[in-house]
Each structure stands twice: as structure tokens, then as C-alpha cells.
Design a protein around this ligand. Structure first.
Ligand code: FAD
Length: 474
């Protein structure tokens, strides 16, 4: 086999593997290098998302939600079940099975599309050469007309709470507990901390979430954040904002965490497990030879333009290693865009329309600008809001927490943002994404016919509410 390719992708996560498949579909001779080995040393495609991120976390969120429903909610529907129990090992094994099925599926897609898969470490050299070190230590050098860097991200460590692998863990460890910790600490009330905290809370852990920022979910519209704080409190998640962790000490089978509370007073709290979920950082260690010429920005991200070109012609970078939200769908769409550009097509991405989701229950989902941002930018806007408590379908499902909120331009009525907290928010937000992508006004949605009874009607009603014409709310 010749060692010259049209495209070499380094990294087989949702950015890299999607880019590789698209490039191959477009007739380009494509290779993808992936270094991931699972806990049994089996090579795996799919990156963080499939192995230790989006998919396994959602598998556990769904299992734990079903358990919680059976225990706490079924009786509302008149369903009585005695002795509901949770077999944590079975739950984790199910999660592993889904991960294996999906990661194996990518290997199949590579084969079907003619992507050459290399298992090992890739390093970009000068002149678009790539050094490949296989897992057995053998080294080869490949050449490519184009290289796509998609090496992803890794969890941030904090010195006061270094990972121990068993008691102090990151997302990877938290997805693999084989029993429910009695007392669980989570450092960081971001997306990952809240999702993983929810899983174990539903299964019976006492969960304390320590968040250094004074404002809860500062990344969200604060209306959503306030509603979420209220609901999570009712669920028993103990979220402490303004709590700065200063140290941790392993004491036998537990960990004592020291933190300064919002008043600056020192507090101590003991946990059986501690999840550190304080964010992720781009991973480029050893991936770029000194003379590769690729520039990083001041935060360690690979510096790229709007179309993911680095400063080196023919070298692109996508996903978590470049600016923008660290999200799988953003990485994948960048992969498609770059493959299209390499194949000579015109392609671009609309960075204003990338949805974000927190998969707690209720889910939080949003796209576009929030109220704080519009106010800071001095944009005049109108607000339409509709609560799920007024939705017949949400009532039928006994899932009435939350609301849909649409923000539209005061002058043009164009939708500027949509913010949803509620059951199915992750799926509902797609309606607003499509509307915004098409440059719709709130009136466009208001004039659209929605099926009845559906929770989607809340999106319709929120659009009607933008001009004060919601039907099912006074
Ligand atoms: P990655 O998925 O990190 O993949 C990079 C790949 O490159 C890895 O497989 C790595 O092994 C490989 N690699 C790195 N360097 C080299 C090298 N030199 N040679 C060969 N291979 C290399 N996002 C969502 O959109 N929705 C969610 O619900 C969601 N949930 C998440 C839950 C958790 C717990 C976590 C941790 C993340 C979650 N994310 C979610 C974020 C999502 O996983 C990332 O945004 C996404 O995986 C980024 O894709 P990527 O391809 O850029 O990088």
C-alpha cells in the first residue's frame, strides 16, 4: 500500500471520523489515525464522545431516569410496582455494550467507505508529512496533500483534587462506578457535572456539587438557570455556588474536601467518591512536531479561521482542539465542512446556530443569543414564553416542569434565540435551530400548524406569545 494519501485525519472522534468518512465519500484517498485503547487494550474509534462522553453518559442518564420514574413517578399513573431495584453492574454493562456497538459500527463505516484505519499515534511533521507510531512501537511516515487535525480534548485537572483513579475521578471514572456511592461530591456545576451528578443522585447517592462561580449556569439564559436551580434543589441535588475547592485528602476509603464557601469561610465535606468536572482542554501533546509550523492560540487551541484552516496551507483543525463550543455535533459539522472544502466544494458553517443541551431532567437546551447577551449588545428584543404546565401533552405525560422562551428582534421579528427547559428540550430545540437557520421570524413559527397534542405546541405558543397572542395562557 502506498503511503501517500489525499487526506490524513489524526483523531477518530466525532470530528475526525466524520471528516474521514465524508472525504472518502467524495472520492479522496483517506486515512484516519486513532490512538484510543479501551480498558482491555482494544483499539476503539469514536473518541471521547462515543467512549467516555455523550453516549455512555446518556445511556446512564436514561437507565437512571427509568429507575427513578419506576420508583417515584409510576404511581401517579396508577401503576404500582413493589420492590423496584437497580442492578448497577447490569446498567454499566448495558452502557458498555452500547459503546462497543457504536465504536464497532464506525470501524464498519470506515470499511464500507474505503477509509484506511491506522491504530496508533499520529504526529504532524513539516510539509504535511505524518509520523505514525503503531501500538506495537513500529514507526512509519505518510505523506498527504491535506491533513485534518482532530485530536480532541482531555479533562482539566486541578491541583487541590488530583485524580486517584478510584476515589477522585474524572468523567471516565464516573461512568464506571460499580456501586452507588453513598456520598458523592462533584466539583463543577457545568454540563458534565450536572449530568453525572443527576445519574448517581437518581440511584440514591447524596450528591453535593461544588461550583466556584458565584452564578449558577452562567453559560445559560438566567431565566433557564433559575428554573433549573429550583428544580434541581427539589430533586435533592445540593448545589453550592461560590464554593472554591482548596484541597482534598484521601482518608482510607473516603476523601475529605476542603473548600471556601461563598462567604469565604473554610468548610470540609467528606465523600465516598469525588468527580472532578471543571472543564476540558484541547489535546495537542506530542501531536505537532516543532517544525510542523502550526500555530496555537494563547489558550492552547489550534488557531484556525472560520473554515478551520490553520496557518499552514493544507492543514486543517476541527472539533475540541479549536475555538468554539466543545460539542460533538460542532466537531462533526466542522469535519464535513473541511472535507467538502478539500474536495473543492464551497462550504461554510453557521456558528450562530449551534444548539447546546444539558441532559438532566428536565433537559436544558438553547440556541442563539440569550437575554443577558442581547442586553449587553444593546439589541432591542421581544420575549415570548410558554410554560409546559399549560401544555395538555406535558400534563398527560406528568412532565410539566419548565418552559419555552423565544427571543425575537423588536424591529424585524427575526428569531435571535430560543431557550427551553423541559422534558424533550434536546429534541424540541431543533425546531428553533431550523427556523433560525432559515432566518425565520417568530410570526413564521406562529403561522405554522403544529400537531395536537404534542409538547412541540409549546414552541408554537411561545412564538405566538412574542406578540402577546398565546392562546392557552392568560
Ligand atoms: P474527541 O472526541 O476527543 O476525539 C479525539 C480523538 O483523537 C480521540 O479518540 C483521541 O484518542 C484521538 N487522538 C488524540 N491525539 C491523537 C494522536 N496524536 N494520534 C491519534 N489519535 C489521537 N458533546 C455533545 O455534543 N453532546 C453531549 O451530550 C456530550 N456529552 C459529553 C459528556 C461527557 C462526560 C464528556 C466528557 C463530553 C461530552 N460531550 C458532549 C463533548 C464531546 O464528547 C466532545 O465535544 C467531542 O467528543 C469532540 O470531538 P473531537 O472529535 O473534537 O474530539
Amino acid at each position: 500500500m502506498s503511503n501517500k494519501f489525499d487526506v490524513i485525519v489524526i483523531g477518530g472522534g466525532p470530528g475526525g471520523y466524520v471528516a474521514a468518512i465524508r472525504a472518502a465519500q467524495l472520492g479522496l484517498k483517506t486515512a484516519c489515525i486513532e490512538k484510543w485503547l479501551d480498558k482491555d487494550n482494544n483499539p476503539k474509534l469514536g473518541g471521547t464522545c462515543l467512549n467516555v462522553g455523550c453516549i455512555p453518559s446518556k445511556a446512564l442518564l436514561d437507565s437512571s431516569h427509568k429507575y427513578h420514574d419506576a420508583k417515584e413517578e409510576f404511581s401517579v399513573h396508577g401503576i404500582g410496582i413493589d420492590g423496584v431495584s437497580m442492578d448497577v453492574n447490569a446498567m454499566i454493562d448495558r452502557k458498555d455494550k452500547i459503546v462497543n456497538q457504536l465504536t464497532g459500527g464506525i470501524a464498519g463505516l470506515f470499511k464500507a467507505n474505503g477509509v484506511t484505519s491506522f491504530e496508533g499515534f499520529g504526529k504532524l511533521l513539516s510539509n504535511k508529512k505524518v509520523e505514525f507510531t503503531a501500538h506495537d512501537g513500529s514507526v512509519e511516515t505518510f505523506e498527504a496533500d491535506n491533513v485534518i487535525l482532530a485530536t480532541g480534548s482531555v479533562p482539566v485537572n486541578i491541583p487541590p483534587a488530583p485524580r486517584t483513579g478510584d476515589i477522585i475521578v474524572d468523567n471516565e471514572g464516573a461512568l464506571d462506578f460499580r456501586e452507588v456511592p453513598k456520598r458523592l461530591g462533584v466539583i463543577g456545576a457545568g454540563v458534565i457535572g450536572l449530568e453525572l451528578g443527576s445519574v448517581w443522585k437518581r440511584l440514591g447517592s447524596e450528591v453535593v456539587v461544588l461550583e466556584a462561580q458565584d452564578q449558577f449556569l452562567s453559560l445559560c439564559d438566567q431565566d433557564l438557570a433559575k428554573e433549573a436551580a429550583k428544580i434541581f434543589k427539589k430533586q435533592g441535588l445540593d448545589i453550592r455556588v461560590g464554593a472554591r475547592v482548596t484541597g482534598s485528602e484521601i482518608k482510607g476509603e473516603e476523601v475529605e474536601v476542603t473548600y471556601l464557601d461563598a462567604k469565604g469561610e473554610e468548610q470540609k465535606q467528606t465523600f465516598d467518591k469525588l468527580i472532578v468536572a471543571v472543564g476540558r482542554k484541547p489535546f495537542t501533546d506530542g501531536c505537532l512536531a516543532a517544525d510542523s509550523g502550526v500555530n496555537l492560540d494563547e489558550r492552547g487551541f489550534v488557531f484556525v479561521d472560520e473554515q478551520c484552516r490553520t496557518n499552514v496551507p493544507g492543514v486543517f483543525a476541527i472539533g475540541d482542539i479549536v475555538r468554539g463550543p466543545m460539542l460533538a455535533h460542532k466537531a462533526s459539522e466542522e469535519g464535513v465542512m473541511v472535507a467538502d472544502i478539500i474536495a473543492g466544494h464551497k462550504a461554510q458553517m453557521n456558528y450562530d446556530c449551534i444548539p447546546s443541551v444539558i441532559y438532566t431532567h428536565p433537559e436544558l437546551a438553547w440556541v442563539g443569543k440569550n437575554e443577558q447577551q442581547l442586553k449587553a449588545e444593546g439589541v432591542n428584543f421581544k420575549v415570548g414564553k410558554f410554560p409546559f404546565a399549560a401544555s395538555g401533552r406535558a400534563m398527560a405525560a406528568n412532565d410539566t416542569d419548565g418552559f419555552v422562551k423565544i427571543l425575537a428582534c423588536e424591529e424585524t421579528d427575526r428569531i435571535l434565540g430560543c431557550h427551553i427547559i423541559g422534558g424533550h428540550a434536546a429534541d424540541l430545540i431543533a425546531q428553533a435551530v431550523i427556523a433560525m437557520e432559515f432566518g425565520s421570524t417568530a410570526e413564521d413559527i406562529a403561522l405554522t400548524v403544529f400537531a395536537h397534542p404534542t409538547v412541540s405546541e409549546a414552541v408554537h405558543e411561545a412564538a405566538l406569545a412574542v406578540d402577546g397572542h398565546a392562546i392557552h395562557i392568560a
